[in-house]
Design a protein around this ligand. Sequence first.
Ligand SMILES: Nc1nc2c(ncn2[C@@H]2O[C@H](COP(=O)(O)OP(=O)(O)OP(=O)(O)O)[C@@H](O)[C@H]2O)c(=O)[nH]1
Ligand SMILES: Nc1nc2c(ncn2[C@@H]2O[C@H](COP(=O)(O)OP(=O)(O)OP(=O)(O)O)[C@@H](O)[C@H]2O)c(=O)[nH]1
Ligand SMILES: [Mg+2]
Ligand SMILES: [Mg+2]
Lengths: 289, 278
Amino acid sequence: ILSDRLQQTFKRLKGHGKVTEAHLDEAMKELRLALLEADVNFKVVKQFTSKVKERALGAEVMKSLTPAQQIIKVVREELEALMGGQAAPLSLSPSPPTVMMVVGLQGAGKTTTCAKLAAHYKKQGKRTSVIAADMQRPAAVEQLKQLGSDWDFEVYSGSEDPVTIAKNGLEHAKSHGHAVVIIDTAGRLHIDDELMSELENMRALKPHHVLLVVDAMTGQESVNLAVAFDERVGLDGVILTKMDGDARGGAALSIAQVTGKPIRYVSAGEKPDSLDIFHPDRMAQRILG
Amino acid sequence: TFRRSEIDEDLWEEVEEALIGADVGVESTMDITAHLRKAVKTEGIKDASDLWDLLGQEVSRRISGSATEILNQEGKVFYLVVGVNGTGKTTSVAKIARKLSLSGNKVLLAAGDTYRAAAIEQLKIWGERLGVDVIAHQRDANPSAVLFDAIAAAKAREVDTLIADTSGRLHTYENLMGELEKMRRVAERELDGYADLKVLLVIDATTGQNGLIQAKQFAAAVEVDAIILTKLDGTAKGGIVISICDQMDIPIAFTGVGEGMDDLEPFDPALFAEALIG
Ligand SMILES: Nc1nc2c(ncn2[C@@H]2O[C@H](COP(=O)(O)OP(=O)(O)OP(=O)(O)O)[C@@H](O)[C@H]2O)c(=O)[nH]1
Ligand SMILES: Nc1nc2c(ncn2[C@@H]2O[C@H](COP(=O)(O)OP(=O)(O)OP(=O)(O)O)[C@@H](O)[C@H]2O)c(=O)[nH]1
Ligand SMILES: [Mg+2]
Ligand SMILES: [Mg+2]
C-alpha cells in the first residue's frame, strides 16, 4: 500500500540524511503509480501530484523525521478537500415537489438508485414518486414498477416520449401533493448528441437536482463522461454506485477535480437501505488502498 | 498517430499516456513500452510513425479473438453468461442468440436471473423480438432449477445452442460466487455430454483496473472460456483486456457496439489495437 511504498522509498533514498527535492520527486512517482492503479485519470493525477509536491516542499515534510507519514497526511488532506470536505444530504425545496433528475451511462445503476432514493424519502414520511422516463430499454418501466411495489413508492409511467412523460409526471406529482419526484432516465452515451439533447430538453423542466450516477469501477473515461454531462445538462451532484465491490474508485477523485460537483451519495448494494451519504475521508482511504 | 515526428522522451510520454488513458493499466503499459524501447534500439527505428505501427502490433499480439469458434459452432453448446452488475449480459445474450439463429442454429434461452426486478421480462422481450423461446420460472426461483428445466427442454427440442443469462453479481460476494459455481455444476451434470459448456464473461469497456480482478475471480469460480467486451461504441477503449489476455490467456469473443440485437462484432485484435492507440 502507498504508505509502505513511501516508507521504503525514503528509507532507500535518504537513509538518515535530509529530505531533498529529488527524494520528493521519487515519492511523487510512487504516488502517481498508486493513483493510476486506483483508476484516477492520468491528467488529474498530474495536477494532483504537483499540488501535493508544492505543499510537501514546505517544512512539514522536508524537516520531518517521518517524511513518508507527512506526505500521506498531505495527500489525505488534499484528497478530502478535493472530494467535498463534508458530507451533505440533498436539500429539499420549500415549495414541493423537490424534483430530482437521474442521468448517466448505460448500466451505471440509475433505476436502482432512483428506487433507493424514493424508498429513503418514503421512510422519512415524504410522499414520493418516480417517473419512469426510460422508454428505450426493454422492461425498464416494469423494473421500476416492481421496485415500487417491493419498496413502497409510486411510479408514474406513460406511453409518450420521455420528455413529455417527465412533464406529465411532474404535473401529476404537483397535483397529488408529492414532496419528492425522481425522474429515471434511459442510459445514454455522452457522445450521443440526440440523446444528450433530449436530456437538455428534460432539464428545461427545471429539476432542483440533476444527479450523475457513476459506476465506481469506471476507469479513465470518468473525466470525459462527467465533463460532457456537466457541460450539456448541468450537474448538481454525483452518486457513486457498486461501492460494495472492490474497485478503488479513483473516478470519484477525477470527477470531483474536473467538475467541482459534490459526490452526494454512495450506493453499496442492491437493497433499499444501501444508499449512504458520501464520506470524503473514507473515499480517500479507499483510493489510497 | 503521434503528434510528434521524432522519437524522444516526450514521445515516450505520449505513448504512455495513450495506453494509460485507454485503461491498459500501469503494469502492462510499462511492459509494452519496455518492449518498444528495446525494439527501437535493436531495429534502429528513427521515425515516430514506424514506432506507431510497432505499438499497434505490440498491443495486437497480446490479445486474441475467438469469435470464429463460437460462430462456426460444430457440436451443441450451452453458454453460461456471467459478470458483474450492469455490464450488458442480458443484452449480449440476445445479440449472440441473434447471430447464431441467423446462421441456422436452433437457439433456446434460459432466464437465469431470477433475482433482479424485471430481469425475466427483459429477456422475454428479447426472445419475442428474436423469435427465440425463453425458459423461465417466477422471480426468486432457484436459478439452478431454471437451468435444470432449460437443459431438459433443450434436449427434448434438440436445440443446438442454449444460452443462459445470469444475474449480475459482484465477485466480493462469496455466496453469489458460490451460487454461480453451483449453477455450473448443475448444468454440467444435467447436460451429461449433450452439449459443451462454455462460460462467457461480460466486461464493460468503461471498467478500469477492476476488470482484471473480475476476470480472475470469475475464472477462479467457474472458469471463463471467452470475454465479451461491451459498450465499445462509447469513448472507453477497454484496454483492461490487454492485462486480462496477457495474464490469463482468455480470448475475447465479441465486442458490444450498441443496444440493438445486431450490435455485436467478432473481436479483431488488429482493429481493436488500432482503435485503442487512437
Ligand atoms: N452490487 C450492487 N449492484 C448495484 C448497485 N446499484 C445498482 N446495482 C445493480 O446494477 C445493475 C444495473 O442497475 P440499473 O439500476 O438497472 O442500472 P441503470 O443505470 O438504470 O441501467 P440502464 O437503465 O440500462 O442504463 C442491476 O443489477 C442493479 O441491481 C450497487 O450499489 N451495488
Ligand atoms: N451503448 C451500449 N449499451 C449497451 C451495450 N450492451 C448493453 N448495453 C446497455 O447497457 C445496459 C445494461 O444492459 P443489460 O443487458 O441489462 O446488463 P446486465 O449485465 O444484464 O445487467 P444486470 O443483469 O442488471 O447485471 C442496457 O441499457 C443496455 O442497453 C453496448 O454494447 N453498447
Ligand atoms: Mg435504468
Ligand atoms: Mg441482466
